[in-house]
Design a protein around this ligand. Structure first.
Ligand code: ME8
Length: 529
C-alpha cells in the first residue's frame, strides 16, 4: 500500500462554460481524494484549465477581447463551479501561468536536444478564410470546413514532431508489466488494437498557423501544440524542473506515492500513449494508474448546445443542493462505463435512495429513540439474537467491501454496498417491529438492541457516504449526536459506539421531489429556458 496519493482531473478547455460532463469527472475525483484523506492518507488533488490553442484564440476574437481576457473570465466560472460543488482540490493550474509555460519551453528544449523532437512538415486540410487545419474526419467525404462550410485544400506547414517510434516497444512492455495502469481493461486493448498495431504516426507538437500558445525558444514562429503543452501540466504544477520541486519529488517521483490520472474516454489516447512516452523521454517515473471514465450522453446522443441537451450544473446545484447532484453523478452510472443523464432517473434516484431509504431510516430511528428512550440511545448489549447479529455482521462486511471497492475506484459499487446496508436496516425495522416490542415488558432488551443497531447503521452509512454527501452527512450526524472522536474514520470499526448519544429531530435530510414538476424544470433548463 502506498503512503500518499497524487490525483488529477483533465485540465478543461475554457472555450465555453463547463457542463455536467466536466462536473462528473471532477466530482468523482473529489470523492476519491476525500475518501483517501478521510482514511488518513496524504492526497494532493490537482485540476485546472487548458488555456491555449486556436479555438480559444478564435473565440476571443469573436468576443472582441484578448485571448487572456477571454480565458480569465471563463476560468472565474470554473472556480465558482468547483466551490459550489465542494471540490477539495489542492491546486488549480492554468497553462497560461508562468510556472507552467516556462517549464514547457524547457521540456521542449530538452526533448529537442535529445533528438526526440525534429522539424518536419505538417500536412492537412486547410481552410484559408478560417486559417485552420482540419483532419480527414473533420472535413468528411465532401472536404468542407467544419467551421464555415467552404471547401478546404490540402496544405503543408512547417512543424515539429515527437518521434513516437522510439518508444513504442517500451510502452507495450510497460503495459504488460503494469496490468493495472489502464482501467477499465478494455481501454488498453483499444489502445493497442486501434492505434498502436496499425502503426503510430509521429505526433505534431508545434504550429505556426496561430499564435496563442507557448512560443518555442529555439524558433519563436512556432507555438507548442496542444498535447505537449496540456499533458505536462501534471508535473509543472508540482514544480518539476524548478528550484522548488519538493512537491514533484514527493508526489511524482517517490515510489511511495501513487499517481492517478482520471479522465474521460475521449482523451484516452493522449494520456495512455503520448504521455508515458513524453515521460520516458524526460527520464521520469510514469503514472501508476489512469482511470478512464465513460461519457455521459443525453438520451443516447452526445451533449451539444445545438441539440438543446446540455445540462448546466449550476441550476442543478442551486435547486437540489450539492449533495443530491454529487450523489446522482456518483451512483447513477457505473464509474468506468458510458451512461445517460435523464431528468426522470435523476428524480427517481434522489427519491428512492436519499429521501426514502436514507432519509426515512433516519426519521424513523430518531422518532423511535425519542419516543421509547427520551432521546438517549440505549447501551450496546452484544448479540441479543440472530436478527440483530446479522445486521451487525452485515455492517462489518459492508465496511470491508466498501473499502476494497473505493480503493479500486469502483465508487458506484461502493455506494451500492452502503445502499444495501441502509435498505437492510429499513427492512430490519419491519422485521423486528419495535412498536410491538415496546408493548411487551419482557422485550425491553430487544427493543434497546434494535435502537442501538439502527443508530449504528446510520452512523456507519453516514461515515461511508461522507466523501459524497459533503453537507448531508454532517446533518445526519447532528441528528444522532455523533461528534468528536466518532468523526474519525477508524471509529466505525468499533460496533456500538452510538450508545448513550442524544438524538435530535431536525429537518428532513432530503425532501421528496415531485416528479412531474422537477422533470419539467430540468427539461426546460436543458433547452436553455
Ligand atoms: O479534452 N461526459 O478538455 P475538455 C463525461 N483540455 N465527461 C465529460 C463529458 C461528458 N459528456 N464531456 C467532457 C480536454 N467530459 C483537454 C484535456 S488534459 C491534459 C487536457 C470530461 O474541456 C471528461 O473527463 O474537452 C473529458 O475527458 C474531459 O471533460 C474533456 O474536457
Amino acid at each position: 500500500m502506498k503512503k500518499r496519493f497524487y490525483i488529477t482531473t483533465p485540465i478543461y478547455y475554457p472555450s465555453a462554460r463547463l457542463h455536467i460532463g466536466h462536473a462528473y469527472c471532477t466530482v468523482l475525483t473529489d470523492i476519491f481524494a476525500r475518501y483517501k484523506r478521510f482514511r488518513g492518507f496524504e492526497c494532493y488533488f490537482l485540476t485546472g484549465a487548458d488555456e491555449h490553442g486556436e479555438k480559444i484564440q478564435k473565440n476571443a476574437e469573436k468576443a472582441g477581447v484578448s485571448p487572456q481576457e477571454f480565458v480569465d473570465e471563463i476560468v472565474k466560472g470554473f472556480h465558482k463551479l468547483w466551490d459550489l460543488l465542494y471540490i477539495s482540490n489542492n491546486d488549480f493550474i492554468r497553462t497560461t501561468e508562468e510556472r507552467h509555460w516556462k517549464t514547457v519551453q524547457d521540456i521542449f528544449t530538452k526533448l529537442y536536444n535529445n533528438g526526440d523532437i525534429y522539424l518536419g512538415k505538417y500536412k492537412g486540410w486547410y481552410c484559408t478564410p478560417c486559417e485552420s487545419f482540419w483532419t480527414d474526419t473533420q472535413v468528411g467525404p465532401d472536404h468542407l470546413c467544419p467551421e464555415c462550410g467552404r471547401p478546404v485544400q490540402v496544405a503543408e506547414e512547417e512543424a515539429y514532431f515527437f518521434k513516437t517510434s522510439k518508444y513504442v516497444d517500451r510502452l507495450l512492455k510497460f503495459y504488460d508489466d503494469n496490468p493495472n495502469f489502464l482501467t477499465p481493461e478494455s481501454r488498453k486493448n483499444e489502445m493497442i488494437n486501434t492505434f498502436i498495431k496499425p502503426g503510430l504516426d509521429d505526433l505534431c507538437v508545434s504550429r505556426t498557423s496561430f499564435s496563442w500558445g507557448v512560443p518555442i525558444k529555439e524558433n519563436p514562429r512556432h507555438v507548442v501544440y496542444v498535447w505537449l503543452d496540456a499533458l505536462t501540466n501534471y508535473i509543472t504544477a508540482l514544480g518539476y524542473n524548478t528550484e522548488n520541486d519538493e512537491l514533484f519529488q514527493k508526489f511524482w517521483q517517490d515510489e511511495e506515492s501513487e499517481t492517478i490520472h482520471i479522465l474521460g474516454a475521449d482523451i484516452t489516447r493522449f494520456h495512455a500513449i503520448y504521455w508515458p512516452m513524453f515521460l520516458m523521454a524526460l527520464g521520469l517515473r510514469l503514472p501508476d494508474r489512469e482511470f478512464i471514465h465513460g461519457l455521459l450522453m443525453m438520451k443516447d446522443s452526445k451533449m451539444s448546445k445545438s441539440k438543446g441537451n446540455v445540462v448546466d450544473p449550476y441550476p442543478m446545484v442551486e435547486r437540489y443542493g450539492v449533495d443530491a447532484l454529487r450523489y446522482y453523478l456518483a451512483r447513477e452510472v457505473n464509474f468506468g462505463n458510458d451512461g445517460n443523464f435523464s431528468p426522470e432517473q435523476f428524480v427517481e434516484r434522489i427519491n428512492v435512495d436519499l429521501a426514502n431509504a436514507l432519509g426515512n431510516l433516519l426519521n424513523r430511528t430518531v422518532s423511535m429513540v425519542n419516543k421509547y428512550y427520551d432521546g438517549v440511545i440505549p447501551a450496546y448489549t452484544g448479540r441479543v439474537n440472530d436478527v440483530d447479529g446479522n445486521l451487525e455482521d452485515l455492517t462489518k462486511i459492508t465496511i470491508n467491501n466498501y473499502e476494497k471497492l473505493m480503493d479500486d475506484l469502483k465508487i458506484t459499487e461502493a455506494i451500492a454496498a452502503v445502499n444495501e446496508l441502509v435498505n437492510k436496516s429499513n427492512k430490519y425495522i419491519d422485521e423486528t417491529e419495535p412498536w410491538n416490542l415496546a408493548k411487551d415488558p419482557n422485550k425491553k432488551e430487544n427493543l434497546a438492541s434494535v435502537m442501538l443497531h439502527l443508530t449504528n447503521s446510520l452512523y456507519v452509512a453516514g461515515m461511508l457516504l461522507k466523501p459524497i454527501l459533503v453537507t448531508a452527512s454532517d446533518k445526519l450526524f447532528e441528528q444522532i449526536g455523533i461528534s468528536g472522536d466518532l468523526l474519525n474514520y477508524e471509529s466505525i470499526y468499533n460496533y456500538g459506539k452510538t450508545a448513550g448519544l442524544k438524538v435530535e429531530k431536525k429537518d428532513q435530510l432530503f425532501p421528496r421531489l415531485d416528479g412531474a414538476i422537477e422533470i419539467e424544470f430540468i427539461q426546460a433548463m436543458m433547452n436553455g429556458k
